[in-house]
Design a protein around this ligand. Structure first.
Ligand code: HEM
Length: 153
């Protein structure tokens, strides 16, 4: 810890949240989920993403017919949980097992690239501070590459 940082704590039941602030009072600790704006931020990210999926000729047919509300909810809850928010995803869906859950879909380079392009455009609408933007993006892009399961498009 830097010698000039300050630590303040909050007591809630038997859990304690410790926040580190630097000399300008900027937060350097806490969950990423809270830092980027909590549920509303993930709701917007996913809503913007699915708006683009709706008109994506390669991706749209892979998702359920009809409206994408439930698919959007699953992705939102997963991302909230991943970044330190509520664990509702786990309660409703169990262990994420993303590779396994995507095995049913043919994810070749083009599908992956479309997913990445749509998500990048969705994330741009959040206008996050650069370091937070980079942290979120590094994960999403890496996760998308990890779900490639064929080299055929
Ligand atoms: C690489 C390109 C990707 C494609 C083409 C793709 C496609 C799909 C499709 C078609 C579904 C089923 C929709 C539904 O929930 O009914 C799905 C589900 C899901 N995807 Fe992806 N996905 C991709 C990448 C990702 C990434 C990078 C993540 C996480 C960062 C992710 C997280 C999820 C989650 C959490 C679900 C719901 C799983 C469940 O609980 O059933 N996907 N994806």
């Amino acid at each position: 810890m830097a010698s000039n940082s300050q630590v303040s704590g909050e007591q809630a039941g038997n859990t304690q949240t410790v926040r580190l602030t630097n000399q300008s009072g900027e937060r350097v600790g806490g969950s990423f989920y809270d830092t980027v704006g909590g549920k509303e931020t993930f709701r917007k990210l996913v809503a913007e993403f699915y708006k683009l999926v709706e008109t994506d000729e390669l991706l749209r047919p892979m998702y359920p017919e009809g409206d994408l509300t439930e698919a959007a909810e699953r992705l939102q809850l997963f991302l909230e949980q991943y970044w330190g928010g509520p664990t509702t995803y786990q309660e409703l869906r169990g262990h994420p097992r993303l590779r396994m859950r995507h095995a049913a879909f043919k994810i070749g380079p083009k599908a992956r690239d479309n997913w990445i392009r749509n998500m990048r455009a969705a994330q741009d609408t959040l206008n996050l501070p650069p370091l937070l933007d980079a942290e979120l993006w590094a994960y999403l892009e890496r996760a998308a590459h990890s779900l490639l399961n064929t080299f055929e498009d």
